[in-house]
Ligand binder design. Structure first.
Ligand code: C2E
Ligand code: MG
Ligand code: MG
Length: 762
């Protein structure tokens, strides 16, 4: 509908007002009927113009037109009208019926949120109620009139209930919405006029009202028809059929109408006595019919109610994706077991199953594939668990299997293995096959246990994390020490957040010695955390936690600037040579941060240290986990002039391809091999190979963890150029470095090599 149609709708209404006034003014009944027929006919162009609106809007119109046709048919056939009127009445009634059927079908399909069965039931109650009242008040008296033709009475009897049914359905749809645009109000006006006209007509037919009052019927009909046309032409008409949330009238209004439709016939039947046996029979049969429909409707409502209730309970207790019981049900069952099930022979056991690297599946194959995996896992766990067990999904990729009748820890482990085995076969997804593994934590409910269901789930969860730490795809059984470890870790995590602000972090430094010249050619910065109570936490303990929680990013940036500033001061103070380097350890999380090269560049600028003096020590894990990201970051670092060392070489995958692919300039041979280099021929040949390989690639070689002169000698013989370790010096605080370096220099060309004198360690 275009904007220009708004005034058209207004003009339409004004025209309706004028025609209605004219119908009051004309004296002849025939002229009035003619005006009503013309008013009905004018609806055709309005309907034509409104045809682009949604079918539902057309349905409302079709119902009106149908009811109007019926009304006109009944009128034509009534009283002393000429015989040809009967034929027109039948044709009109049939057309009206067709419109009504089509309109009602559309209304019922789309117009309300109610199930059609209930709608039919309510409509039938309204229709029957109206029929009984209409029969007693109008139809029966009219049928007694000897002038009345059978066809007229028949149509009349049919018209009243049909019209009330249509009004009911239309009102339900139109008024059952929160927002009521002007077109809705125009429809309401048309409805009201139509109803008033109907009642007046019926009352006049029976002689309850005089001729003067009956003259109001024509203007009311005119207003009803024009109101309908104005509604159809209003720009908001199409909105009527847009999806909307049903308002309370949908239930409340319906109830009021239905109660009225039940009470009215009861009152009418009670107030009026049957006139003859036929009347009595009609009344009794109608009342029986109404009672039957009401009974059916009540039975249907009760059934629907209990179904809805069952669905609600089911929905609140199950996971919608897999159909498994949810956390609430699981906790309730554990609670029940805590009270009832344990005994000397039975130890109800919880298996916390968490998929390994499920995020990868979601990220790489999409969430639909992820959902398929979750459903398949649910089915497989159900298949592997004993019949009496409960398999629940807690959230995401977490499931719990609760076996209420487990008899021993051995049986629990056997079941855990069976659950793990359920993952051995590949999962067939629409995108192809995938292999998924899981980590399982096992916790048993003990007879003496005073723990809550939530605690038990947490215990199994803790054990599951232990299984993850142990390399995934395995089982771990909960014990109290795990809880202590978790609590300790939580305490460390919390304290670590504040360590930087509280200046609890410090750097120690370990000198790196050139084995040819015996000079201190560099230092490695090693972080220390001195907690407020004086305890010193080893980086091996807190760095992985900082890495997990992300605190490593600010801590690492601080260490970088601190180490470089320290080197600047040592060079300026003559503690070390101007070409001495500083090695700073960089964790994978820092390296995956795209901002990292900028942080390095800023630290170099702020400390005034040349990029060539900085070594960044990285481990190979990040190059294996995220090779593309690592490569691009390392290239950006290289372009700054910073050099990169591969730390702990030999402990991980340590392949030649890594050394070739990534821009690395140094290998640090791990302490594990250095320790055995003097006595273990295998370690020695391995170090020999590493050194030869590094040399051929033009890489600088540093041996870590040198603790004996013998080791140092062998390393020197094998061609390793640099070394660090307790033999040379322990990591020392910054203020102890001057004396450490001086002591090392006093030993000249490292006489320890020749004499066995060990350098000044701490
Ligand atoms: P790393 O980088 O391999 O550091 C060498 C570790 O070996 C240091 O342990 C050092 O004290 C120890 N060490 C040196 N010489 C010897 C020796 O002769 N014998 C023995 N047994 N050990 C020796 P530390 O200081 O406990 O550091 C452990 C790890 O923590 C470091 O291994 C490094 O991976 C990490 N780390 C330390 N500081 C930082 C830091 O500032 N940032 C990051 N991301 N990691 C750091
Ligand atoms: Mg290192
Ligand atoms: Mg190392």
């Amino acid at each position: 509908m275009n904007r220009a149609a708004a005034p058209l709708s207004t003009w339409y209404l004004i025209a309706g007002g004028v025609v209605a006034t004219a119908s009051v003014a004309v004296p002849s009944d025939r002229a009035r009927d003619l005006i009503v027929v013309v008013a009905a006919l004018q609806l055709a162009p309005a309907l034509w113009l409104a045809r682009r609106s949604h079918p539902l809007s057309m349905a409302v119109l079709a119902c009106f037109a149908g009811a109007g046709g019926f009304g006109a048919a009944a009128r034509l056939a009534s009283g002393d009208s000429p015989p040809w009127h009967s034929l027109s009445a039948v044709v009109l009634a049939l057309c009206g019926a067709a419109c009504l059927v089509a309109g009602l079908a559309l209304l019922i399909r789309d117009g309300t949120a109610m199930p059609p069965k209930h709608l039919y039931g309510d409509a039938a109650i309204v229709a029957l109620g109206t029929w009984i009242a209409a029969w007693a008040l109008f139809i029966q008296p009219v049928s007694e009139d000897h002038n009345a033709r059978a066809i007229g009475v028949f149509l009349y009897g049919l018209y009243q209930p049909t019209a009330s049914m249509v009004l009911f359905l239309t009102a339900l749809m139109v008024l059952g919405r929160k927002q009521r645009p002007p077109s809705v109000w125009l429809l309401v006006m048309a409805l009201t006029c139509n109803m008033a006209a109907d009642v007046l007509t019926s009352m006049s037919d029976v002689g309850h009202i005089g001729d003067t009052a009956a003259r109001a019927v024509a203007p009311l009909c005119v207003l009803a028809f024009f109101g309908l046309g104005a509604a159809a032409l209003h720009p908001t008409f199409a909105e009527i059929s847009r999806p909307h949330r049903q308002h309370r009238i949908d239930s409340m209004g319906r109830l009021v109408v239905i109660v009225a439709a039940l009470v009215a016939p009861v009152v009418v039947l009670a107030a009026t006595a049957p006139n003859d046996p036929t009347d009595r029979v009609v009344r009794s049969l109608s009342a029986l019919g109404l009672a039957a429909v009401v009974t059916l409707r009540v039975v249907g409502a009760v059934r629907a109610n209990s179904r809805a209730q069952a669905e609600l309970i089911h929905g609140a207790q199950t996971d919608p994706l897999t159909g498994l019981p949810n956390r609430g049900v699981l906790l309730a069952r554990i609670n029940e077991l805590l009270r009832t099930s344990w005994g000397p022979e039975t130890h109800p056991t919880l298996f916390f199953v968490d998929l390994d690297r499920f995020k990868n599946i979601n990220d790489s194959l999409g969430h639909t594939a992820g959902d398929e995996v979750l459903v398949t896992v649910a089915r497989r766990l159900q298949g592997a668990a004993p019949d009496a067990a409960t398999v629940a999904r807690l959230s995401g990729d977490e499931y719990v299997v609760l076996d209420p009748a487990c008899q021993s820890q051995g049986a629990a482990l056997a079941l855990a293995e069976r659950l793990l085995a359920a993952f051995r076969e590949p999962m067939v997804l629409s995108q192809g096959d995938v292999f998924v593994t899981a980590s399982i934590g096992v916790a048993t409910i003990h007879a003496t246990s005073s723990t809550s269901p939530e605690d038990l789930v947490r215990h199994a969860d803790t054990a599951m994390y232990r299984a993850k730490d142990a390399g995934r795809n395995c089982v771990a059984v909960y014990d109290e020490s795990m809880h202590e470890r978790v609590a300790h870790r939580l305490a460390v995590e919390t304290a670590l957040y504040r360590a930087l602000d509280r200046r609890e972090l410090r750097l120690f430094h370990q000198p790196i010695l050139d084995l040819q010249s015996g000079d201190v050619v560099g230092f490695e910065a090693l972080m220390r955390w001195q907690q407020s109570d004086g305890t010193i936490v080893s980086p091996a303990e807190f760095i992985p936690i900082a890495e997990d929680t992300g605190t490593i990013v600010p801590i690492g940036s601080w260490a970088l600037l601190e180490a470089l500033s320290q080197l600047r001061r040592w060079i300026d103070d003559g503690v070390c040579s101007p070409s001495a380097t500083m090695s700073v350890n960089v964790s994978p999380r820092q390296l995956s941060d795209s901002n990292f090269p900028a942080i390095v560049s800023e630290a170099l600028t702020r400390s005034g240290v040349s990029p060539q003096l900085l070594w960044l020590e990285v481990t190979e894990s990040v190059m294996i986990a995220e090779p593309d990201l690592a490569l691009s970051t390392l290239r950006r670092l290289r372009s700054l002039g910073v050099r990169v060392a591969l730390d702990d070489f030999g402990t991980g995958y340590s392949s030649l391809s890594l050394l070739q692919k990534f821009p690395l300039q140094r290998i640090k041979i791990d302490r594990a091999f250095v320790q055995g280099v003097a006595d273990n021929p295998n370690d020695r040949s391995l170090v020999r190979t590493i050194v030869a390989m590094g040399r051929s690639l033009g890489l600088d070689m540093v041996a870590e963890g040198v603790e004996s002169v013998h080791q140092l000698q062998v390393l020197s013989d094998l061609g390793c150029s640099k070394a660090q370790g307790f033999l040379i010096s322990h990591p020392v605080p910054a203020d102890a470095m001057r004396s450490t370096v001086a002591a090392l220099e006093r030993l000249g060309q490292f006489p320890g090599l020749r004499t066995g004198v060990v350098a000044p360690g701490r």
